[in-house]
Design a protein around this ligand. Sequence first.
Ligand code: FES
Length: 690
Amino acid sequence: MNSPANITDPLVLFMPSGKRGRFPIGTPVLDAARQLGVYVESVCGGRATCGRCQIEVQEGNFAKHKIVSSNDHISPKGPKEERYERVRGLPEGRRLSCSATIQGDLVVDVPQDTVINAQTIRKAATDRAIERNAAVQMCYVEVDEPDMHKPLGDLDRLKAVLAKDWGWKDLRVAQHLIPEVQKILRKEKWAVTATIHKDMEFSRATLIALYPGLKNEAYGVACDIGSTTIAMHLVSLLSGRIVASAGAPNPQIRFGEDVMSRVSYVMMNPDGREAMTKAVREAVNGLIGEVCEQGGVDRNDIFDSVFVCNPIMHHLFLGIDPTELGQAPFALAVSSAVQGWTHDIGIEVNRGARFYLLPCIAGHVGADAAGAALSEGPHRQDKMMLLVDVGTNAEIVLGNRNHVVAASSPTGPAFEGAEISSGQRAAPGAIERVRIDPETLEPKYRVIGVDKWSDEDGFEEAAKATGVTGICGSAIIEVVAEMYLSGLISEDGVVDGALSARTHRIIENGRTFSYLLRDGEPRITVTQNDIRAIQLAKAALYAGIKLLMEKQNITGVDTIRFAGAFGSFIDPKYAMVLGLIPDCDLSEVKAVGNAAGTGALMALLNRDHRREIEREVSRIEKIETALEPDFQQLFINAMALPNKVDPFPRLSEQVTLPPRSAVSEEGGSVESAAPRRRSREERAARRGRS
Ligand code: FES
């Protein structure tokens, strides 16, 4: 036991946490870290054999902290540390904090190996480090040999030493381990590594796995189960390193494109729920196999897992019937975080492994939105942040540290290219960028997989491999916005037929007109119906956002984050011209990639983040757009480009918007088109017809 610190004791500052304290000379750096609550890994319990407790001394005069830190202020390497360096190697400048002791003032860096890089998050705004405090810990102990005079069982002596060396009191033991304990203890002469799981502060710790000798690795998976795609990271729980990442299509697509059609499938097929649960679990198991193979990891070394998903995926993954989510009041079977044994949900990893599902915010705002909120942290800042995840159902979170509100809005599949005459998913050959010359009204475009614009020499040649197959979501936004900016459509979204006198690209189709984007095979046009579909989708999203802004009593937002794949591709300028998002400084609009997946990773590596999001979700005010009387009017206003009533002053500074005219009174017909969640009967009828 160290003697209490006093004012003349050396001052030690830990980075990056910034925690500091005074400790008597001779205190092991690891002990100082523990006392301050700085997380430093240790598997061997300070025996200088696992190498997990590495730190670095930062040298220099840290005037702000009144610390002059030097390698002379830490003890020289002793025999144990030298032995470790000789046998295993230590990187330059690294020390084992269990062996090194404090000899003077120090600034100590705890290296964070967890960096989420550009590979794992597309267009991430910043790389970030996640401080570790995993729910799983590996604890090496040497158990007393049996003694005839002290008839304490093998398992009881193991528990006693885990309490003595590691402080695990009142330890539970996973039932499946009990028959194995004696054999494992004897294999390496009573030296074992215990895998302990403890999530909440007040929950009991559980012995979930046991290995002979020193077991110096433990892994976890963070998984985002989307309706279309499942994405997974395999992570070392001891270093925080992302070992491998992979994605796969969600096989439930064969039961229905979007989540609502999957609910309909469950309603219409007695074994529908079971089939979809089986399909998604098999896909998750397949992905685990893939990431393990990529990373050279045995799936039995995976002890923890965190999942995020929308409410319907959440229910199907857990084996819960999602029918209630298909109709008002959209009741979740369970909204709080769910934890359990992976074995019980058919996930094939270590027999003792655990899972954690983030809480759902509301019936249509799921654990994925909670993950994105955890990642982007509107609740951690003063700025008013709008976080949008656009899919067939847009999930919207708006707030700052004072108050956060959330809602979903049924945007439908138009942004993903469905319901658009030439629409398609983002894939090679899809048009992804569009520009229209306001003078000539001639378009140019780029397709995925080809570098050149369509008006550049060699484009046709370069596009031969992929073809030009359709328009994906990002281009649909751009083409409608460009048509508006070049005067081809009015602010009501009506194609101006009179322009057919000026350009052959305006084509008459009975009572409406289309714009010819590409004359060739296939012929790609933007029809009046396409524009209407985009207007409906964007109006649904904007009305949802506006409703939340009204709840917050604000007229503008400070910063906007687009989560999800769609957000990674759309140009914020065009999204704003279209009136998809409210006016905001364009430099404050950022795509953050799979923020839900990042949230899962944070919850996997640090259980404090689990508590953080559980707390926040209980504080978030949930708004059901369908029940809000203002929604219809906001929706009608949002049908106009960019909006019938809202000004876009910051956008106007960067883009010349067409002058506003008196908006035609189409209110009645527009109102009848306002989105709502379809009833069970309608969906069943639609499925029956298809
Ligand atoms: Fe294992 Fe320091 S705690 S080497």
